[in-house]
Design a protein around this ligand. Structure first.
Ligand SMILES: Nc1ncnc2c1ncn2[C@@H]1O[C@H](COP(=O)(O)OP(=O)(O)OP(=O)(O)O)[C@@H](O)[C@H]1O
Ligand SMILES: [Mg+2]
Length: 344
């Protein structure tokens, strides 16, 4: 649905060259909720502006719905843009117009008959849960309600793609949650492809099925949310993942670890069905070892369970080794933590 191939973008400001995007390759399939995450200045907004052709790449290709949009005429671009809705961080509503008129803008521009506009706007306001706010003005709405208007407006022309640039960054956590649920519902009900840009990992965790991590103009890691969250590779990705999935053994617990007696420490990762296996009880029943849980967490990503566990196993060296070998063949990921490791 959206493909960026070797996209490179540079800006030249007073002889200073800024490489905003460097060799970007991403593919967003129909029906995806694709998240792009990165720190400020990573190039996220530049990337999204490539997709609705507000900017052209310095080199590389941008393909939207099978069409290379890098070299279209203004008229052709207008057609492509009709397929794309956009939601903004600060809503960008017209304060002098009612909710109804804000949502109706693009329909009026397309010269739709009055009755049709009326029907469509009412339908849209119903979708976003604002049917009783049609005659209110933006100033009379909460942030979450304003963003619902923004979403209704973006959906007015029945786009195939919805672009969201930090759509929830100005909202409190509870409102963020309700907007994310709305986006998820729209994605499912209308098979709408969503490209969402954020610096908050919980947005990705909550609704995306795929994610790309950007740093300094590059995509440093991408894949399914389960793969990237379950097995992050790059330090920036690891830090982002840690903001939503904690895997650090608390200091207070670390203080209780007695390295001098016979014990070894293991970090385990369980994905899917494997997370439900009674592994700890199996180890302590089958081997002559004691098991202390130093850390445990269970998260759900795209309906799949991701469990993390740090265990200290005590006993005779041979028994610990047997328990270790047993864990290795249980289909969970096991990594030993050595004395000088920092438990990360
Ligand atoms: N029109 C422009 N002219 C010159 N430089 C630009 C322009 N737009 C963006 N840049 C530069 O490109 C880089 C990427 O900017 P971009 O806005 O894409 O980052 P971002 O990831 O969206 O950041 P934020 O999270 O703060 O919104 C930055 O260094 C920025 O200064
Ligand atoms: Mg930005």
């Amino acid at each position: 649905m959206i493909e960026l191939q070797n996209v490179y973008k540079e800006y030249n400001n007073k002889d200073v060259k800024i490489e905003a995007l460097k060799d970007i390759n991403i593919k967003v399939e129909k029906g995806d909720i694709f998240g792009v995450i990165g720190f400020s200045g990573a190039g996220k907004s530049t990337l999204i502006r490539m997709v609705n052709a507000l900017e052209k790449p310095s080199s590389g290709k941008v393909v939207v719905d099978g069409q290379d949009i890098s070299d279209l005429t203004t008229k052709q671009l207008r057609g492509v843009r009709k397929q794309i809705g956009m939601v903004f961080q600060h809503f960008n509503l017209l304060n002098s117009k009612t909710v109804f008129d804000n949502v109706a803008i693009s329909l009026k521009l397309n010269n739709l008959p009055r009755k049709q506009i009326q029907e469509r706007v009412n339908e849209l306001l119903k979708i976003v849960g604002l049917e009783n706010k049609a005659q209110n003005y933006p100033d009379e709405l909460s942030g979450g309600q304003k963003q619902r208007v923004g979403i209704a407006r973006a959906l007015a022309t029945n786009p195939l793609i919805l672009l969201c640039d930090e759509a929830t960054s100005a909202l409190d956590p509870q409102t963020t949650e309700s907007i994310l649920q709305l986006l998820k519902r729209i994605n499912k009900e209308y098979n709408l492809t969503i490209l969402i840009i954020t610096h908050e990992m919980h947005v990705i965790k909550e609704i995306c099925n795929r994610v790309a991590v950007m740093e300094k103009g590059e995509v440093i890691e991408q894949g399914t949310v389960l793969d990237v969250f379950g097995n992050p590779q790059e330090p920036t990705t690891i830090n982002f993942v840690r903001t939503v999935i904690n895997d650090k053994v608390p200091e207070s617990v670390l203080g209780t670890v007695k390295r001098e007696n016979q014990s070894r420490i293991f970090k385990l990762k369980f994905i899917g069905e494997k997370a439900k296996k009674p592994l700890i009880s199996a180890i302590s029943k089958q081997f002559d070892v004691g098991v202390n849980i130093l850390f445990a967490s269970v998260n759900e990503l795209q309906g799949i369970t991701l469990g993390k566990l740090t265990l200290e196993i005590e006993g005779a060296a041979k028994a610990i080794e047997q328990a270790y070998q047993f864990m290795l063949v249980q289909g969970v990921m096991v990594k030993e933590v050595y004395e000088n490791d920092n438990y990360e």
